[in-house]
Design a protein around this ligand. Sequence first.
Ligand code: NI
Length: 169
Amino acid sequence: MIYPIVKLGDPVLEKPAETVTIFDDELKQLIEDMFESMYAAHGIGLAAPQIGISRRIAVVDVTFKEDPNAKVVLINPEITHMEGRQSQSEGCLSIPDFRENVARALRVTVRAQNVNGKWQEHTGEDLLARAFQHETDHLNGKLYIHRISALKRDLIKRKVRKLAKAGEW
Ligand code: NI
C-alpha cells in the first residue's frame, strides 16, 4: 500500500518517534509499504513519521531500485560514529520543491535493528551518510531546515504558509 506523504506543518514531523519493540508481520508489511511509498514519491529515504506513523523506522535506497542490495532498513537507529564534513544540496519529501545546502558528516556508522530485531551496523559515506543522518534526524523530530540558518528556514516557512493559504500545500 502506498501512503500519502505528510508535509511540513504537520506536528508528527517535529516530535520524537516511539521506539519499536515488537518485530512481527505487521512491522514487515509496514516496511514493505514504506519502500513502496518512498519509490512512488521518487525518494531515496523515508522515515515513518513522514507517513504519519510516529515510530522509529526508516528505509533508504540511494540507488533508487538499481541495486536490490542497497536497500537499508533502519529500526531504532543511533549514529555511533561521524567523521569528516560535506555540504551538499538536500531536499525532503515532506518539504517538496525546496532544497538547501546542509552541512553533514562525510562518513557515519549507524547501529540499527533489522526487521527481525537483530542489531546491525551500517557504514556509509557521501550520499549514503547524508541519508542516514537525514532519516535518523526525522526520527528525532528534526528536519533539514533545522540545520540551516534561521533566515533561510524562515523564508521556506513563509513560502510554505503562503502555499498552504492558497491550498497548494
Ligand atoms: Ni526527509
